[in-house]
Design a protein around this ligand. Structure first.
Ligand SMILES: [Zn+2]
Length: 158
C-alpha cells in the first residue's frame, strides 16, 4: 500500500440505526478503512443521494439488508481523490481524481472509503466533483443504456 500523507485514524460517517420506517441517520466517527488488494482509498469531496439509499434505510424492498454486507452507512456514488493505493492495483496513483459507482459494500456517506479499483471511474479535467459525484449511479446507468448493446431506438422513446 502506498500512502501520500499520514491519514487520520477516524473520519465522519452517516451511520444508520433503527432501520425501517423510523430509520435514524447520525454522524459518527468511524475508523478510516485500509485498502486491500485491488482497492483504492478515496477521500470523498462529494456524495450523492440516490433513492436506493432511502430504500436501504427503510428496508421497504425485498433486497438484502445493508447490514448483511457489513455496511452501516448508505450511499453508493461520489467523487474525490485517491489517498492510498492497495497492492495489485495497476494504473492508479495517489492524487488521481476518482468517481465511485454502485457496489454492494461501498458506503459513500463517509469521508474516506475503499473502492475496488476495477469499478472506480476517472473524473476528467473540466468536470468538477459536484457534477461528477451525483451522476455515478444515475448517469452511468443512462449512459450504459444509451451506448451499450441495448441502445434505445429514438423512435421508441416518448
Ligand atoms: Zn443509485
Amino acid at each position: 500500500m502506498y500512502l501520500h500523507a499520514p491519514l487520520p485514524e477516524l473520519c465522519k460517517a452517516g451511520v444508520v440505526s433503527n432501520h425501517g420506517a423510523d430509520f435514524k441517520l447520525t454522524v459518527d466517527d468511524v475508523p478510516v478503512p485500509k485498502p486491500g488488494p485491488g482497492q483504492l482509498l478515496i477521500k470523498l469531496n462529494v456524495t450523492g443521494l440516490c433513492y436506493s439509499d432511502i430504500h436501504y434505510m427503510l428496508e421497504d424492498l425485498p433486497l438484502p439488508r445493508m447490514g448483511d454486507h457489513g455496511v452501516r452507512s448508505p450511499g453508493h456514488e461520489g467523487a474525490g481523490i485517491v489517498v492510498a493505493v492497495g497492492s495489485d492495483v495497476v494504473g492508479w496513483k495517489v492524487g488521481d481524481r476518482a468517481g465511485v459507482a454502485p457496489t454492494w459494500d461501498t458506503c459513500t456517506y463517509q469521508e474516506y472509503i475503499v473502492s475496488p479499483a476495477r469499478y472506480t471511474s476517472r473524473i476528467p479535467d473540466g468536470v468538477d466533483d459536484f457534477s461528477a459525484g451525483p451522476i455515478m449511479c444515475s448517469g452511468s446507468t443512462m449512459s450504459r443504456a444509451a451506448s451499450g448493446p441495448f441502445q434505445f431506438n429514438r423512435d421508441t422513446i416518448r
